[in-house]
Design a protein around this ligand. Sequence first.
Ligand SMILES: [Zn+2]
Length: 380
Amino acid sequence: MYENNRYLYTPLELTKKLLAFNTINPPGNERECAHFIGDLLQSGGFEVGYYEFDEQRTSLIAVKEFSSDRAPICLSGHIDTVPLGLSEWSVDPFSGEQDDDKIYGRGSADMKGGLAAMITAALRVAEMSGGEAGILLVITAGEENGCEGSEYLAGLGTALGRAGGLIVGEPTGNYPILGHKGAFWLEAVTTGVTAHGSMPEQGDNAIYKAARAITRLEKFDFNVAPHPVLGVPTLNIGTITGGINFNSVPDRTTFGIDIRTIPVQNIDRIHQDLQEYLGEEVELHTLTAAPAVSTQPENEWVKEIFALTEGYIGERPVPRGVSYFTDASALTAAFGDPPTIILGPGEPELAHKTDEYCCISKIEAAAELYFKISKRWCRL
Ligand SMILES: [Zn+2]
């Protein structure tokens, strides 16, 4: 039925098409790109639904089920990219310029190359017949600003459907990664009483309170054993704002605490421990609580993927994790914790950089890998 599908692109052609949509977040504007992808998948036999967490902020869910006996495999990627940055680019970030094995553009590595590889692989699987289970694509908006799109989808209840295994196409150089740390972001607030800067004894300085708290936080001990793959949790103070003018006693200071968690940690417990550690001087407000993701290396599906990947990366993969978080935080939990792998063609060190590029050979290899993994899942 789809042999004459005029919309079928090679992974490279599709990467170029996706790069041409400006989906820099903020503002994102993913709608047009999402509908382009949705039309493509629909013409390949997928059932497609669109979900907007805000105007123009479109995610899509596409499913092709061969049978309902087993849950589908889910491939997931995000449409949005980070801004271009302050340095000038030496190439056009949107036209997909090529040089030997490189295709340049904002989002080529993170992660339109991966998205193109997933979509082309999924279309190839969908045109086969006689399979079992199926293939589900969850393509999100708003990932770069804290996984807004995937969290919205996870909160919709049944919209996501089922998944028995999840692959997120973030840049890993096609290395299969078994999980990542979670992100627990808190805004800390200290308050005081304002007074004239020349009479500080009449005020109560909120910056001193914040400074005391921050100095203590540098030595905060999570008191947990390192995770065998993800290591230890970390804490960083990323922002601080306090005071209105030079010559007043500041009555309010806020600072941002960025904690990266490992699977054994409980968010409420960390919150409670921090509150006790810092005392009543500091108010804590949760901004983001994205759980860590960790898949057992002994899982049969993981072993299968490790074996398949070996031929493409030239080495036997070993269990590894990463410290950044992905849409898997929301999706894995929403799917009821299926085994989850992060695997995509981009090089992690090129993500978010000026003159970002992705190796064309890796995009093609990822498309083959996703195809083989999905084909096996669907017993085709
Ligand atoms: Zn990404």
